[in-house]
Write a protein that binds this ligand. Structure first.
Ligand code: FRU
Length: 507
């Protein structure tokens, strides 16, 4: 059944209930949905002087459901203005969901949205199957009108063996000559994922160009949410693989995110993969998307949650799901580095600095505590004496709770353990990953914002993202070394993000 008034209903629902959710409940500078459930970021792109971000949205409950597109915009990636719901599943082409997609400002000023329209049917044997096809809508930054001829790409446009059940998440961009390009995820007949390239002149008529790359059941099976962009001298195909098997410490089982780093010959449309890098070593990072800022920075944002733990939200929560802090990507020695957008620094308040502090056993430092902060800890071996075996930072801590970052020099690994971080179920809580100390030093930049921990190692060679549901009064931070003393520098800034404007702009 097509629910034609689904958009109006969603907007009315937000108007009725959003005012009951206080700023206190929300993170200070990470984007949340209005109410209910969110997953992937969608349509992250500049439009009309701001950066717009849409997201997979089910306002009516704290779990996934018929997908709408929620909407927000920002000028600095830190403070967001909430906008009315942009899309609802209300036409023949998308009656069971408006799945992930992307956006672009067209030359004539229209805001193009490209998304996956889902129709679900039940087969004779009871199996429920999706039919996924690409749809477009045009708008002005607030109101969007779906194209009557949707879908613009469906099963008939797939190359040999492609499955119309798994054909989703289009990402569009415009080449310098005005050609519109789209990458989209698809499943091949052997069940593996691959990324298809299509081109168009008008966003309505698309033709298949090539298969850019395929998982061949090595890097997972289906590849979701592709993005394709140049970075430095390289070309990056970014994907979110499902059903992966673990690979060393680089990839864990299940959903992952990966950068396929290579080169691209635009004349022949040939992408050549050279190597693969995991994007984030934490638990809560999926479906990233990027945009290019006006000053030429490649900025990435992701859903700060994982499908595997998405049911583990505290009871009574009015909303679930957050976006990561947007991150700037750069290339160095063939690897991609990521760091928090520089705009965050404008919100730094009081600074507390300690240098060359020996840590032996456990200790705290005056002024080092809190749940909304930007802190960099540099750790190294003491000049004399034995090397330490472990160095640990305990965060979001009180008598009952704590989240621990542990560095082990012998194996050059970091372990983050959030098993005492307020989750109501016994889910995966620990991740280990490799780091590369520089001159025996490891630098850990830690961003806390009430319900999350984002860790950036070194210059951003590794990142690890975790949700924590620890009560907000667990604010202590302590340091600990085992085996012998470690030497640390600590630079901590509180972050002060004014909330008033956001409130005024709440829909
Ligand atoms: C990724 C994903 C996408 C899909 C969307 C549905 O998290 O599965 O492939 O478009 O979520 O909400």
């Amino acid at each position: 059944m097509i629910k034609q008034d689904a958009l109006r209903e969603a907007r009315e629902f937000e108007t009725a209930y959003l005012p009951f959710i206080t700023d206190e409940e929300r993170p200070a500078f990470h984007l949340t949905g209005g109410i209910g459930w969110i997953n992937d970021p969608n349509g992250f792109a500049p439009y009309g002087g701001a950066y717009h971000l849409f997201y997979q949205y089910h306002p009516y409950a704290n779990h996934w459901g018929p997908m709408h597109w929620g909407h927000a915009k920002t000028t600095d990636f830190i403070r967001w203005e909430r906008l009315p719901v942009a899309l609802a599943p209300d036409t023949k082409a998308d009656r069971d969901g408006c799945f992930s997609g992307s956006a672009l400002e067209l030359a004539d000023g229209r805001h193009l949205l490209v998304y996956t329209g889902v129709r679900r049917k039940r087969l004779k044997d009871g199996e429920s199957v999706d039919s996924q096809a690409q749809c477009v809508a045009f708008g002005d930054g607030t109101e969007y009108v779906k194209y009557e001829g949707n879908p613009v790409l469906d099963e008939a446009d797939l190359p040999e063996g492609g499955s119309g059940r798994d054909f989703r998440d289009p990402k569009v961009w415009m080449e310098e000559d005005g050609t519109l390009c789209m990458v989209v995820g698809n499943r091949a007949s052997d069940g593996s994922g691959r990324i298809l390239l299509y081109e168009s002149r008008d966003a309505l008529h698309w033709s298949f160009v090539t298969i850019l790359d395929a998982s061949e059941n090595v890097y997972g099976r289906m590849w979701e949410c592709p993005d394709f962009f140049p970075l430095g001298e390289k070309q990056i195909l970014m994907v979110s693989p499902q059903e992966m098997q673990p690979m060393g410490m680089e990839f864990h089982a299940g959903d992952n995110t990966a950068w396929l780093i290579g080169s691209y010959d635009r004349a022949t449309r040939k992408f050549t993969r050279e190597h693969v890098q995991a994007i984030d070593h934490g638990i809560d990072f999926y479906a990233p998307q990027t945009l290019l800022t006006k000053d030429g920075r490649r900025v990435m944002i992701a859903w700060m949650q994982s499908w595997a733990s998405s049911r583990s939200v505290p009871q009574g929560a009015r909303f679930t799901g957050e976006m990561t802090l947007p991150r700037e990507l750069t290339m160095k020695d063939g690897r991609i580095l990521q760091r928090p957008v520089r705009e965050l620094e404008a919100y730094r308040g009081k600074r507390v600095l300690y240098e060359n502090i020996p840590v032996e056993g456990g200790m705290t430092l005056a002024g080092i505590e809190g749940r909304i902060l930007d802190m960099t800890v540099t750790v190294r071996q003491a000049v004399t004496g034995n090397p330490f075996r472990y160095f640990k930072i305990h965060l979001a801590k009180d008598g009952a709770f704590m989240t621990t970052i542990r560095y082990k020099p012998e194996t050059e690994t970091i372990r983050v353990d959030r098993s005492r971080s307020g989750f109501p179920y016994d889910i995966v809580n620990v991740r280990d990953f490799l780091v590369r100390p520089v001159d025996g030093c490891v630098r850990l930049r830690i961003i806390l914002d009430k319900h999350s921990l984002e860790l950036f190692v070194g210059e951003g060679e590794q990142a690890a993202t975790f949700m924590i549901h620890t009560p907000q009064d667990a604010r202590a931070i302590s340091f600990e070394s085992e085996g012998a003393a470690a030497l640390i520098d600590v630079e901590k800034y509180e972050l002060i993000i004014p909330q008033e404007e956001r409130k005024e702009n709440n829909v």
